[in-house]
Ligand binder design. Structure first.
Ligand code: NAD
Length: 500
């Protein structure tokens, strides 16, 4: 079992929560209804702040502001280099407020403060800079036509984008969506998850300070079935870029189909396999396996929660993994010694514990963990099941918590077949020294990302997204920039040319 650190101590000076209203057309405003909702600290269940509860009529205002900014405002018409300068300034302002921003995500989502300060917040600034640098390098093509025509293509911003994001990486996912869309010249309405609204509102404030024109970046805090659904059904939203569960992804597609056939990009859930072959370094493989299901307390779309280990090293691997899981320090995410904090909220906490109970009833063997930690807050032990099969609920469903199913396999073919036995296809990991095995498995496994002798190797240069029910569309890299653009073909006739 993981041990708990002393959560009575706080390791950072708590900031005053400055931004709790909707951000529409460059101003912080109350929801038209005047209603608010509480955002909760998962360390203790206490209220952090009351935040404006946006609904359909607020979304209407935000979309109107974004529409006007797109149809008549400067942002889509600026040279890419000018947009790039403003986006660079936005990134600098994030760097100047790293500590405060990291604290907001730790309070809202139970994320490790140390990781927020060293990776999450600086990574967001770097992502903005990446796309700022790309903003003036967007070009169409000149086409050689087969008829007497001159033609070229233009890449144009897609229009008003609705970004709907989940709670597990409030900052990273905000910028995964917003950075390429800003660089492309789009205007947008962002709906952060109801569990984690605070940092998104702070980013709206920084965008304004950086010089992003009013109406370009709007943030509507609120719930999915109200504010989120209003975005996905809206006739004036040209695209919804969604990250979240497959169930809600389906609703977004239905809404797009029944409204204006808006473009849709879906980054959904996963149940990713990590396959460890007999020739792998068992220490490294067990470290990566632990990271794969415990990083961010298992609240990661690409978590490796199906762990396949070849029979020759299985016993040694199992022993090491269990020892390492028992030694993990779990507790206050503000404590630098801690490896993971509380689950995001009571709903998620209860869901994970009910999956664990279900796993026991299904006949799986609990090797370690399985229980909540402490009396206060939403902490759960790292949990390892063995004697599991692909048709069990704990192996089929995305649990989104620190729970893994450990399975033994014999051959490469068996590993491939079992790794692909899932409705999801977000990521896969392979641990082997044999290049031929690595190449064979990486080509055979149906997943959007394959990591060989590493895990969570996510990088802003490298496209990331799903196969199968893990969605479609790619984040990161120049693919994501192009996702927020559409292609126009411009054609003119060439009369009587002697050169044709
Ligand atoms: P969720 O689908 O419940 O919610 C995501 C967002 O959608 C929230 O902002 C929510 O308010 C909104 N929403 C809910 N119902 C809606 C509706 N009917 N219409 C419009 N919007 C609606 O997901 P979650 O629980 O917040 O996040 C966890 C899920 O996100 C997991 O499945 C995880 O795998 C996935 N995820 C995927 C990626 C990826 O890149 N593939 C990254 C992070 C998280």
């Amino acid at each position: 079992m993981g041990s708990q650190s002393d959560s009575s101590t706080t390791f950072a000076k708590m900031p005053t929560i400055k931004f709790t209203k909707l951000f529409i057309d460059g101003e912080f405003v109350h929801a038209l209804s005047g209603k608010t909702f509480e955002t909760i600290d998962p360390r203790n269940g206490e209220v952090i702040a009351k935040v404006a509860k946006g609904d359909k009529e607020d979304v209407d205002l935000a979309v109107k502001a974004a529409r006007v900014a797109f149809d008549h405002g400067p942002w889509p018409r600026l040279p890419g280099s000018e947009r790039g300068k403003i986006i660079m300034k936005f990134a600098d302002l994030i760097d100047q407020n790293t500590e405060e921003l990291a604290i907001l995500d730790s309070l809202d989502a139970g994320k490790l403060l140390s990781e927020g300060k060293s990776m999450g917040i600086p990574g967001a600034a770097e992502l903005l800079r990446y796309y700022a640098g790309a903003a003036d390098k967007v070009h169409g093509q000149v086409l050689k036509m087969s008829s007497p025509l001159q033609a070229y293509t233009l890449l144009e911003p897609i229009g008003v984008v609705g970004h709907i994001i989940p709670w597990n990486f409030p900052t990273s996912l905000f910028f995964t969506k917003v950075s390429p869309a800003l660089a492309a010249g789009c205007t947008m309405v962002v709906k952060p998850a109801e569990q984690t609204p605070l940092s998104a509102l702070y980013y709206a404030h920084l965008a304004k300070l950086a010089g992003v024109p009013d109406g370009v970046l709007n943030v509507v805090t609120g719930f999915g079935h109200t504010a989120g659904a209003a975005i996905s059904h809206h006739m004036d939203v040209d695209m919804v870029s969604f990250t979240g569960s497959a169930e809600v992804g389906r609703e977004i597609m239905k809404a797009a189909a029944s409204s204006n056939l808006k473009h849709v990009s879906l980054e959904l859930g996963g149940k990713s396999p990590l396959i460890v072959f007999d020739d792998a370094d068992v220490d490294l493989a067990s470290d990566l396996a632990l990271l794969g299901f415990c990083f961010n307390k298992g609240e990661v779309c690409a978590a490796s929660t199906r762990l396949y280990v070849q029979e020759g090293i299985y016993d040694e691997f199992e022993k090491k993994l269990v020892e390492k899981a028992k030694a993990l320090v779990i507790g206050d995410p503000f404590d630098p010694q801690v490896r993971y904090g509380p689950q995001v909220d009571k709903v998620q906490f209860d869901k994970i514990l009910s999956y664990i109970e279900h796993g026991k009833r299904e006949g799986a063997t609990l090797l370690t963990g399985g229980k909540p930690i402490g009396e206060k807050g939403y902490y759960i032990e790292p949990t390892i099941f063995t004697n599991v099969k692909e048709d069990m609920m704990i192996v089929k469903d995305e649990i989104f918590g620190p729970v893994v199913g450990l399975m033994k396999f014999k051959t490469v073919e068996e590993a491939i077949q079992r790794a692909n036995d899932s409705k999801y296809g977000l990521a896969a990991g392979i641990m082997t020294k044999d290049l031929n095995v690595a190449n064979t498995v990486s080509r055979s496994v149906r997943a959007g990302s394959v990591w060989i002798n590493c895990y969570f190797a996510i990088d802003k240069d490298c496209p990331f997204g799903g196969y199968k029910m893990s969605g479609f569309g790619r984040d990161f890299g120049l693919d994501a920039l192009h996702k927020y653009m559409q292609l126009k073909s411009v054609v003119t006739p060439i009369y009587n040319s002697p050169w044709l």
